[in-house]
Design a protein around this ligand. Structure first.
Ligand code: HC3
Length: 442
């Protein structure tokens, strides 16, 4: 693991300040100001793409007729996404980076075209800023498969690492099988290597996949070779409904590399080599054709400043966005308005019996933003707890308008932004500029 100091000499002062700020950490990772070398020019809204970068793995379950084999295909697709989700920055950029913290209403969209499987569409929207929550939906109509979900993080500090618990979940729906659903909970993680300026992610604890067809996967993660002496290891147990001790299959190995599957008779074969999973490039429209609320256009100046490693410019450009967001929130508060979500809406837990049932079978607490096992004391209330759900009708209605001169398609949300901008200023709306930046950090 990383023991070599990777902090550029020119940024060692600001890295030391950053380490000090971690010591007085208040629970909000986004508020930690970090020097440019650790910043990513990519917004968290883009991370939703990691769920479906391999079209063939994403559609594989829907092409399988046998429910048990179908479940295994879902597990295989899920395990195959982890490498890109959790170690692609490390592999491509040398360490984990601090992503851009999306603003409320920020959207990111794209698609993958595949000669055999058709088009897979991705939409991602920042549905909450405090706490930060990103909603996403990915679908392939030709193969009647849809994934949707939302996630946020809760971080805490331990001696040398930052522990991150994810809340939210993903739901895979297969319409070819009567809307068969798979509830997918999200693993906890910790960020190691911070002291040396070389953060990397390790997964920990358990996550679950529970299907309406009755199968359950309990996936246990370990970073430091607890299971096999290798990094990024996991062990998954597949059990049928109501028979937690009747293990049908055990899958184990590295989620970033090779894993094996063993059936109940002890026969073992290769399950997956994550390095062989084909990563298809997401198609995103050119920045100049995007709306002001789309990630790459909204963050373009900040991203340029990060790429240049220009301290002052990063701060200056980020501040412009942050100040406008603060002004918007103050004006909304004064006028009793709420930011209109574009494609997602909150649904009460009690109104989704399928979700309550799957959570119960998975052994996780329904609602209460939990991805944890029920042994954790999380208070849940089905009458008040909500989940963010994608609404295809909202999606069809709420187009993103890139060209302001295009009057054929009203973009209600963009019009709302224009309204907010034109509102009378709230007294003192610019007074609380945090100004908390350590020189040379963002
Ligand atoms: C914790 C994390 C932000 C969240 C990232 C999530 C959980 C987002 C949803 C994806 O589906 C999965 C995923 C993968 C990686 C997670 C990131 C790893 C590091 C980043 C922190 C905010 C960065 C902190 C960097 C530091 C310590 C320098 O400030």
């Amino acid at each position: 693991m990383a023991t070599e100091n990777k902090v550029p000499a020119s940024q060692s002062g600001s890295w030391t300040s950053f380490l000090k700020s971690i010591a007085s950490y208040n629970g909000d990772l986004a508020s930690l100001t970090a020097p440019p070398f650790i910043l990513s020019p990519v917004s968290l809204t883009e991370y939703s793409k990691f769920w479906a970068e391999s079209t063939s793995e994403f559609v594989a379950p829907t092409l399988e007729q046998d429910p048990e084999q179908r479940f295994l295909k879902v597990v295989r697709w899920f395990i195959g996404t982890l490498r890109e989700q959790y170690c692609s920055r490390n592999e491509k950029l040398g360490s984990e980076k601090k992503p851009l913290n999306p603003f409320l209403g920020e959207v990111f969209t794209g698609y993958w075209d595949n000669a055999e499987y058709g088009r897979t569409v991705l939409v991602s929207e920042q549905v909450s800023h405090h706490p930060p929550v990103t909603g996403y939906a990915i679908w392939n109509d030709d193969n009647k498969v849809q994934l949707q979900g939302y996630n946020g993080i809760k971080a805490s500090l331990s001696t040398s690492a930052i522990s991150v618990r994810q809340y939210g979940h993903a739901v895979l729906t297969l319409d070819s099988f009567g809307g068969e659903k798979y509830l997918i909970t999200l693993p906890a993680l910790h960020i190691e290597g911070i002291l040396f300026g070389s953060p990397y992610v390790e997964l920990e604890g358990k996550s679950f996949i529970q299907s309406t067809s009755g199968y359950k996967a309990t996936i246990e993660y370990s970073g430091k070779g607890y299971f096999s002496g290798k990094k990024n290891t996991f062990k998954a147990k597949i059990t049928p409904e109501g028979k937690p001790n009747d293990t049908l299959y055990t899958i184990s190995g590295q989620w970033s590399g090779v894993s094996k599957i063993k059936d109940a008779k002890g026969k073992s074969t290769t399950f997956l080599d994550s390095k062989d999973v084909v990563v298809n490039q997401l198609q995103v429209k050119p920045t100049e054709e995007q709306s002001e609320l789309e990630s790459r256009r909204a963050w373009a100046s900040v991203a340029d400043a990060i790429t240049q490693g220009n301290y002052e410019l990063i701060h200056q450009e980020k501040s412009k966005l942050e100040v406008e967001q603060r002004v918007f929130r103050k004006r909304e508060e004064r006028d009793g308005k709420t930011w209109p979500r574009r494609w997602f809406a909150q649904t009460l837990v009690k109104d989704e019996p399928w979700y309550e049932q799957l959570s119960e079978k998975a052994g996780v607490v329904a609602g209460a933003s939990a991805s944890s096992s029920s042994s954790n004391a999380v208070k849940a209330d089905r009458n008040t707890d909500t989940n963010w759900r994608f609404d295809r009708t909202l999606y069809e209605q709420n187009v993103i308008k890139a060209d302001k001169n295009d009057t054929s398609k009203p973009d209600e949300i963009f019009n709302y932004v224009v309204e907010l901008r034109n509102e009378d200023p709230v007294a003192g709306e610019l007074d609380d500029d945090k100004g908390s930046l350590v020189p040379g950090t963002a």
